[in-house]
Design a protein around this ligand. Structure first.
Ligand code: ADP
Length: 410
């Protein structure tokens, strides 16, 4: 029987939501409530009845969710007439630590564990939990499902997730590589296998999620076996404002210098002032960086070069750890839209790895188009697959709300 499933992504001051008709996977409505807690909070809602938008004080997530439900039921062509039509709610939760190897039905025990991971994701897990509580109050008795950014990567082997620090640090503090963007890596790997007509367990790929945050994963036979983000999303690729990999000794070297009196200052510098923004001095936005580079800004050009070089390096590294490389998959705002960036990443991978692009196909695969952009004689497919984390959450939510199990594999 078709069911309506609400998907929520709650940040510290925002709620993004989408209402899905399942199992079709059709989006019936979507919206955003932002600046929660501020006097000038705003909401925007779209469905078949058109757009509703406005500004009003919204004190907390519970009020924000009430605004969303009012839009859902109060539209000219409402996707739901009453709240009891929502059969399940799926929540994006950033950190599921080692315990959550897949999406789960929220129980008091699950809530407790999500809270235990506040320490690991202080900016994300608390608002994610606030969203779960708000939805529980608003829709009592409706199954709430938690889908974790980390769970797809819980299949990483020890050799990929243990840092070469004293082992007791892992045992005592669970300091290890967790990885993030798992819902996206899983979704695009599966979709690429489908598009190529490959069985998902006979498919090995490198997935590149390139948005504001950027990460890559090595996916072997449906399982994530390595990924670039670590204990936190700071490790790995160059991102909009994050440095990605650096020599950790840089932190000790900078500590105490006039601009970096505390560890917090260095944390802010590496998370908020580095990456494309830090190197270019122009912007964290790839469009602005490319524009500046095209106009001759040397630092913008360098930022772009470092961004692409780091990804190319990881493609090589992951080709070495996979049993075979069938496809490189691009997704995220940059991966889906910036054809010249894809071309720059793949440039030079022909001779070594047999990965070459078809320039015309690559140029055409933008703005939501999906497909294989590899040259006819490329040994490896190069796929562009728009990500859809909300849909992946809706699929898991629908399955779990009907007591069906979900796999942690793609
Ligand atoms: P988030 O990680 O916040 O979900 P997105 O996946 O939307 O972000 O990606 C945002 C990034 O995508 C920005 O750097 C933006 O400049 C880039 N982007 C979006 N469209 C284009 C485009 N046409 N060309 C180049 N970069 C683009």
């Amino acid at each position: 029987m078709p069911d309506k499933v609400l998907v929520l992504n709650c940040g510290s001051s925002s709620i993004k939501y989408q209402l899905y008709l399942m199992p079709e996977g059709a989006v019936l409505a979507k919206g955003l409530v932002e600046k929660i807690g501020e006097a000038c909070a705003a909401y925007k809602h779209t469905d078949d009845g058109g757009e509703q938008a406005g500004k009003q004080p919204i004190a907390d997530h519970r009020e924000g969710l009430a605004v969303a439900v009012k839009c859902l039921t109060g539209s000219k062509k409402p996707a739901i007439k009453a709240m009891n039509e929502i059969k399940a709610v799926g929540h994006r939760v950033v950190h599921g630590g080692e315990k959550f190897t897949g999406s789960v039905l929220v129980t008091p025990e699950v809530e407790k564990t999500i809270e235990e991971y506040y320490d690991l994701a202080p900016l994300h897990n608390p608002p994610n939990m606030t969203g779960i509580r708000a939805a529980q109050q608003m829709l009592p008795g409706v199954p709430q499902i938690a889908c974790f950014d980390t769970s797809f990567h819980t299949t990483l082997p020890e050799v990929a997730y243990v840092y070469a620090l004293p082992y007791e640090i892992y045992e005592k503090y669970r300091v290890r590589r967790y990885g993030f963007h798992g819902t996206s890596h899983r979704y695009v790997a599966r979709r690429a296998a489908e598009l190529l007509g490959k069985h998902k367990y006979d498919f090995n790929a490198v997935t590149c999620h390139l948005g504001n945050g950027c990460s890559m994963a090595a996916v072997a036979a449906g399982r994530s076996v390595d990924t670039t983000m670590g204990l936190t999303p700071l490790e790995g690729l160059v991102m909009g404002t994050r440095s990605g990999d650096i020599d950790p000794a840089i932190i000790f070297y900078l500590a105490g210098k006039p601009e970096y009196k505390s560890v917090k200052d260095i944390d802010t510098m590496m998370n908020k002032k580095s990456g494309l923004l830090g190197v270019s001095g122009v912007s964290n936005d790839m469009r602005a960086v490319r524009q500046a580079a095209a106009e001759g800004n040397k630092r913008a050009g360098l930022a772009l070069d470092i961004f692409c070089y780091r990804i190319r390096k990881y493609i090589g590294a992951y080709a070495a750890v996979l049993p075979r490389l069938d496809a490189v998959i691009f997704t995220g705002g940059i991966g889906e839209n910036a054809a010249p960036v894809r071309a720059k990443i793949i440039e030079g991978l022909g001779a070594n790895l047999g990965i070459t692009l078809d320039a015309a196909k690559n140029d055409a695969a933008v703005f939501g188009k999906e497909g294989d952009v590899a040259a006819a004689d490329s040994r490896v497919h190069v796929m562009v697959v728009p990500t859809n984390e909300e849909k992946a959450i809706a699929v898991d939510t629908y399955a779990l709300s009907r007591n069906k199990s979900v796999s942690q594999r793609m």
